[in-house]
Design a protein around this ligand. Structure first.
Ligand code: NAD
Length: 392
């Protein structure tokens, strides 16, 4: 159980790029990273494309005025001159900036925690992975819900053979907030999401489904994708060539199959991300709408709903519990768990403990690479006429 006691020798000196006053995702990063004040300390930032607003915001949340910067270049240069300069930076800016900022941060000797989708192309990720290796630095990717402990329970039960041989993976990440085009006109966060110059080659495939694909890789680390077929549409025509709806069929090595639906035009739906793994004996299902519950359905037996924090769970799931079974845990705790793992990975890297690092399960640069490859392959399939493409 996690109670905030320190897991690393001292908190890491942390900065943010983006994530300021008007950002959608910034607070998720801070509430995750700062949940345990033994893991990170927010000491600097270039919080906004509008320098004055960013400075004002940084001071408002308690960062020293002298360490609220106009832009990330100024921050990297100035912080490098301080004996207590930053060690790790989070990049919470729109997609099209991630590659350039990550490279600059690594070249400044900083560990990086970056938003998804990591970059536009897998070639860029492979190049940056090499750079990070040369510099001895970590790159983590914030697949937000992947820190929920019930997913570790799912991973363990599948590895134990509790559902038998895996036959099918059924995934969904959809919502209805882009069912019409009003947000495309009025919301800055939506405008860039449907602009290929800033969003990259996809809208919902990158914005939503990369999360769920990572969940499938987390719970099924042995399952490797072989081929896929993607069909994507823009129900709001002005979004083309980027899709606001897509369906993907998958074949895995070994004979299992998969299906994923991702959409921002699922009118009336507030949020539905779910993953169901169907085996030869039983199925397991988890949804981020009921994240504390893992549904275990054994063919021929009454269904079971497993609950977080209960002693019947695997020790890996109990180790990441924070509040106990009496209280609900959700997105905030999940982000806290991921950030704690980033801190432990960075600490292991700083100590040169590669053995410990190799045992850690967290969304690293390979998880970022898989997400970018997923988008590339889906786009290749869809734009080739929704044909099957081999992916590995
Ligand atoms: P947003 O448009 O709401 O906010 C982007 C922020 O970045 C703005 O405040 C802007 O001022 C700032 N910014 C832009 N360029 C900058 C620069 N060069 N330097 C400093 N600040 C800069 O976008 P958002 O919805 O918060 O998305 C940001 C990123 O987070 C995207 O990559 C998105 O895919 C990702 N995201 C991830 C999750 C998740 O659950 N992991 C959720 C939402 C968004």
């Amino acid at each position: 159980m996690l109670n905030g006691e320190k897991k690393i020798a001292r908190p890491l000196r942390w900065a943010m790029i983006g994530g300021g006053r008007l950002s959608q995702v910034g607070y998720k990063h801070r509430s995750g990273a700062l949940r345990d004040n033994t893991a990170f300390q927010l000491v600097a930032g270039a919080f906004d494309i509008d320098a004055q607003r960013g400075r004002d915001f940084g001071v408002n949340i308690g960062v020293a005025a002298s360490r609220c910067y106009d832009n990330y270049s100024q921050m990297f240069t100035t912080e490098a001159t301080r004996p207590d300069g930053i060690e790790v930076v989070t990049i919470a800016t729109p997609n099209g900036t991630h590659y350039e900022i990550t490279r600059a941060a690594l070249n400044a000797g900083l560990h990086v925690i970056c938003e998804k989708p990591l970059f536009f192309t897998s070639a860029e990720v492979i190049e940056v992975k090499q750079l990070a290796a040369e510099k001895g630095l970590i790159v983590g990717v914030t697949y937000g819900y992947s820190g929920h402990q019930m997913l570790l329970q799912m991973r363990k039960m599948i590895a134990n053979g509790d559902i038998g041989d895996v036959r099918m993976v059924e995934m969904q990440y959809t919502h209805g907030f882009s069912a019409n085009d009003s947000a495309d006109k009025f919301s800055d966060a939506q405008k860039w999401r449907v602009d290929p110059k800033i969003a990259g080659p996809s809208f919902v495939l990158g914005d939503l489904s990369t999360h769920t694909v990572y969940l499938s890789q987390l719970v099924l680390p042995e399952l490797k994708l072989q081929s896929l077929l993607c069909d994507r549409q823009s129900f709001i025509p002005s979004r083309a060539p980027l899709e606001d709806n897509a369906m993907v069929l998958m074949h895995y090595h070994g004979g299992a199959v998969g299906r994923l639906w991702t959409s921002a035009i699922n009118a009336g739906s507030m949020n539905s991300q779910k993953i169901r793994v169907i085996g030869s004996k039983a199925s397991l299902q988890w949804s981020d709408y009921q994240p504390n519950e893992l549904v275990y359905e054994v063919q021929g037996q009454p269904n079971q709903v497993m609950h977080h924090g209960m002693p019947y769970l695997d020790e890996s799931a109990l180790a990441d519990d924070r509040l106990g079974a009496l209280h609900t845990e959700g997105l905030t705790e999940s982000w806290s768990n991921i950030y704690l793992k980033f801190a432990q990975a960075i600490d292991a890297k700083q100590r040169g403990d590669e053995a410990a690092l190799s045992q850690m399960v967290y969304p690293d640069i390979d998880a970022g690479l898989e997400g970018v490859r997923w988008i590339e392959n889906c786009v290749r399939s869809a734009d080739g006429g929704s044909v099957w493409v081999n992916v590995g």
